[in-house]
Design a binder for this molecule. Structure first.
Ligand SMILES: NC(=O)c1ccc[n+]([C@@H]2O[C@H](COP(=O)([O-])OP(=O)(O)OC[C@H]3O[C@@H](n4cnc5c(N)ncnc54)[C@H](O)[C@@H]3O)[C@@H](O)[C@H]2O)c1
Length: 454
């Protein structure tokens, strides 16, 4: 599959910016976009899949639209959704929910092992999709979703739940580096400190409560016995009970890693890497993703920068601070950009610029004029809602091209860890070119009867 779109990523970003300005007072274009069923009321007909937990963070936005269908495998959680949206028809199986008559869009907050499946099925039914992060949990899942999306991007709006992207710090960081604050970009480090160690899949314990359809909760994942430990977290934090198991998620790479890598991805205009090398102090656990991990990705040059190395660290692995008086460990989730003339250190909401070196006189830094600043993204979920209703749907910040490239890269980091080898990657073909046996880690086993192409 060729992942190159007709616009380079850098050009696409500029195009998005200009178009965003043009659309500041957007108009509804029911003819251009797939927004016909409820155009008269100017409200989308939305299916909410995964009714509680993270879904609570979306209720307020959804109230401006018509939630016509709600799906949850747990009736107790479904009840929270129906209390909020009493007119919606209820479903237990997302495959049936996606057939609901007259749907425009889907907002999905299920566990991660369903994400790429639901995304791909929804796109194939010409539905706009907001998918909670991570978009996918294997390289091949990411590639499949992107491939479908690229055939539909002119008519479907997509967004992955990396809502920190709406912080002003994201465009300001991008502008600083693009306008030359640290000179030529040389090297990037990104890290997160969350640690949730687990020994292995939980043993069989008790039976699922009557409210829970455990078979549908497993969905495409291989069979694992029920254990209440997978379900013991509070709303929006229950993911921390299952997302580290290979069959249900990709641990911190997809969890906080989706947010921290987004901080970097928004700056570097990368598509896909040429190679990855992952190392850990931990031995490979066939059940559980690594807590501590370092992955070094190498990206080809693009139209504004040279070849670039990006190193991601998690679970205690950390880059060395360039200065003893800056303790990077005090930044739980952050990024360090190194340029020819200095450094920028950032977290989700702040950034510091450190000119460094004999040439660091700042004459090379030409900050753009105020009128050329990237306009505020506004409300992250509403950006998607608005995009569903207009005729340039690809303009969302974290659409499925941007997000699939990012998560494919991160999944490749995990494949490298599992393979125990540095991997060379042909990103056009999605193939590892130096170690054939590592290809098995680009995908994972699924249960019979579940297919992404549905
Ligand atoms: N963007 C963020 O900052 C953020 C924050 C928290 C969670 N999340 C993401 O949200 C998702 C859900 O996390 P959570 O902690 O709410 O998880 P959860 O285990 O509480 O599940 C959420 C809901 O989905 C339902 N569900 C489970 N399987 C389903 C299926 N097959 N079909 C329909 N419904 C199903 C559950 O019953 C529950 O109501 C995860 O992907 C997580 O990464 C994102």
């Amino acid at each position: 599959m060729n992942t190159k779109s007709h616009l380079s990523t850098a050009n696409r970003r500029d195009f998005v910016k200009k178009s965003t300005l043009a659309c500041a007072g957007f108009t509804i274009m029911p003819s251009g976009s797939l927004f016909s069923a409820s155009a008269a009321s100017n409200r989308l007909n939305i299916a909410l899949i995964g009714a509680h937990g993270r879904a609570k963070a979306h209720y307020a936005t959804l109230h401006s639209e018509n939630v016509v269908a709600i799906c949850d495998v747990n009736k107790a959680n479904l009840a929270f959704g129906t209390k909020e949206f009493p007119k919606a028809k209820v479903y237990e199986d997302w495959r049936k929910c996606l057939e609901h008559e007259g749907l425009d869009a889907v907002l999905c907050c299920t566990p991660d092992h369903h994400h790429a499946f639901i995304a791909n099925w929804a796109l194939q039914r010409d539905l706009h999709v907001y998918m909670e992060k991570p978009l996918a949990i294997t390289v091949n899942e990411a590639r499949t979703v992107r491939e479908t999306y690229l055939t539909k991007k002119r008519k479907l709006a997509t967004q992955v739940g990396m809502q920190r992207h709406a912080n002003d710090n994201f465009p300001r960081l991008r502008e600083m580096i693009h306008d030359g604050a640290i000179g030529e970009l040389k090297d990037v480090h990104v890290w997160g400190n969350r640690k949730i160690p687990k020994p292995g899949y939980l043993p069989a314990k008790g039976s699922p409560p009557a409210s829970l359809n455990y078979d549908l909760w497993l969905g495409p994942a291989p069979e694992h016995p029920y254990n209440p430990g997978y379900f013991s977290g509070g709303p929006g934090a229950n993911c921390l009970n299952w997302n580290m198991y290979w069959d249900f998620g990709i641990g911190q790479m997809g969890d906080m890693g989706s947010h921290t890598m987004d901080l970097v991805w928004n700056v570097i205009d990368a598509e896909l890497p040429e190679s990855v090398e992952s190392t850990s102090q931990e031995a490979l656990n066939p059940d559980v993703t690594p807590v501590e991990l370092t992955s070094v990705f190498r990206f080809p040059k693009n139209d504004w920068r040279g070849k670039l190395r990006v190193t991601s660290y998690q679970g205690g692995a950390m880059p060395k601070s360039p200065f003893s008086w800056i303790d990077l460990n005090k930044i739980g989730h952050g990024a360090l950009f190194k340029g020819a003339n200095g450094y920028v250190v950032a977290d989700f909401s702040k950034r510091i610029l450190i000119p460094y070196g004999k040439e660091a006189n700042m004459t090379y830094y030409q900050p753009r004029a105020e009128e050329d600043l990237t306009p505020p993204l506004g409300h992250f979920q509403k950006q998607w809602i608005q995009a569903c209703k207009r005729d340039r749907p690809a303009e969302t910040a974290c659409n499925f091209e941007y997000s699939a490239n990012m998560i494919e890269t991160m999944c490749l980091g995990l494949a490298g860890f599992r393979a125990g080898a540095a991997l060379e990657y042909d990103s056009l073909k999605g193939e590892i070119t130096n170690k054939g046996s590592a290809s098995q880690f680009l995908t994972k086993p699924y249960r019979k009867g579940w297919a992404m192409n549905g």
